[in-house]
Design a protein around this ligand. Structure first.
Ligand code: PPS
Length: 288
C-alpha cells in the first residue's frame, strides 16, 4: 500500500526518498542506453548485491584491491535507479559496472537490443526476508514501516513491498536465462565455492585471471575483509539517512541464518506460499 513513506510506480513500491523519482525511473526504463560492454549486477534487495559488486570490481582490477579500498562501492558499481548517481552513470569511463534491484519490466528497454551482460544473483528468500528485516531498522525514513517479523513475513509473501514481489522478480528475470549475455548465480553458490564462482564469472565476462589474481579477488571480497572496508560496508552513509547503531549491511554474511529468526510455523507458512508461487519454475535452487 502506498503511504507517505512509499510511492507506487507501475505497480512496484519504492521508498519515498529523494533518490527515487517517477521521472528518473521512467528515464531509466525508456531512455537510458546500455552499452555492449556494460556489466549489470542485478538482484532483489538483500541477495548479495554489495558482494557481487565487490567481486566485479576486483575482477575488473585483476585482483588488485586499490580501487575497492579507495572508491565508494556506490561510485564503482552505481545503482541505476538512484537519481543521485545519474551523473556518475553518464560520466563513467567504459566498461561500466552497474547495479540495480529493478524487476525486469522496469529495466532499461535498451538491454533487449544490446550485448550488455547481466549477472543475476538470487538468495534463499527466507534469508532475504530476515536480512531485510534487520537492515531496514537502521533507515530513519522508513521508521513507520511494518516492524514485526510476522508483519514483514506477510508483506514478503504478499509481494507488497519495496521493489515488488521476490517471486515475481525471480520469475521475471529467469525468463532471460537462456540468453548468452545473462548469467545466473546464487548467494549460496558464492558461499560454497567463491573461488569456483569467481572463475565462472570471469569466463562469462571473457576475462582471464591467473590463480593468484583469483586468490586476491576471493580474499578481498570475503565477508571479513568487506566488513572492515569503509568503501564497501555502507558505514559512510550519512547519519541523517541511516542510524548505524540500529542495523548494518554486513550483518551475518551466512546462509541459513533465517533458522534462528523464523518460528517453525512461520517457516512452514513460508514454504506453503513458496511452493504455490514457484510452481512451474524448473530451475533447481540450492534451498529447494
Ligand atoms: S542491499 O542493501 O539490498 O544492497 O543488500 P545486499 O548487498 O543485496 O545484501 C546484504 C547481505 O549480503 C551479505 N554480504 C555478504 N555475505 C557474504 N560475504 C560477503 N562478502 C558479503 N557482503 C555482503 C550481508 O551480510 C547481508 O546479509 P545478512 O544475512 O544480513 O548478513
Amino acid at each position: 500500500m502506498a503511504s507517505r513513506t512509499h510511492f507506487i510506480h507501475k505497480g512496484i513500491l519504492f521508498p519515498a526518498t529523494d533518490i527515487y523519482t517517477v521521472e528518473h525511473l521512467t528515464y531509466i526504463e525508456d531512455e537510458f542506453q546500455l552499452m555492449d560492454d556494460d556489466v549489470v549486477n542485478v538482484t532483489y534487495p538483500k541477495s548479495g548485491t554489495h558482494w557481487m559488486a565487490e567481486i566485479l570490481s576486483l575482477i575488473h582490477q585483476d585482483g588488485d584491491p586499490t580501487w575497492v579500498r579507495n572508491v565508494l562501492l556506490s561510485e564503482r558499481v552505481p545503482w541505476i535507479e538512484n537519481i543521485e548517481t545519474k551523473d556518475i552513470l553518464l560520466n563513467y569511463t567504459p566498461p561500466r559496472f552497474l547495479s540495480t534491484h529493478l524487476p525486469l519490466q522496469l529495466f532499461p528497454k535498451s538491454f533487449h537490443h544490446s550485448k550488455a551482460k547481466v549477472i543475476y544473483t538470487v538468495r534463499n528468500p527466507k534469508d532475504v526476508l530476515v536480512s531485510f528485516y534487520y537492515f531496514i531498522k537502521a533507515f530513519k525514513f522508513l521508521k513507520d514501516y511494518a516492524r514485526t517479523l510476522q508483519e514483514d513475513l506477510e508483506e514478503f509473501l504478499s509481494g507488497n513491498r519495496v521493489y515488488g514481489s521476490w517471486f515475481d522478480h525471480v520469475k521475471g528475470w529467469l525468463t532471460m536465462k537462456d540468453k548468452p549475455n545473462f548469467f545466473f548465480i546464487t548467494y549460496e553458490e558464492l558461499q560454497q565455492d567463491l573461488w569456483g564462482s569467481v572463475e565462472r564469472i570471469c569466463r562469462f565476462l571473457g576475462k582471464e585471471l591467473t590463480d593468484q589474481q583469483i586468490d586476491s579477488v576471493v580474499e578481498n571480497a570475503s565477508f571479513e575483509t568487506m566488513k572492515d572496508n569503509k568503501m564497501s560496508n555502507m558505514s559512510q552513509v550519512s547519519d541523517k539517512i541511516m542510524d548505524h547503531s540500529k542495523g548494518k549491511l554486513m550483518r551475518k554474511g551466512k546462509s541459513g541464518t533465517w533458522k534462528s529468526s523464523l518460528t517453525v510455523a512461520q517457516s512452514e507458512r513460508f514454504d506453503r506460499v513458496y511452493q504455490e508461487k514457484m510452481r512451474g519454475v524448473t530451475v533447481a535452487f540450492p534451498w529447494d
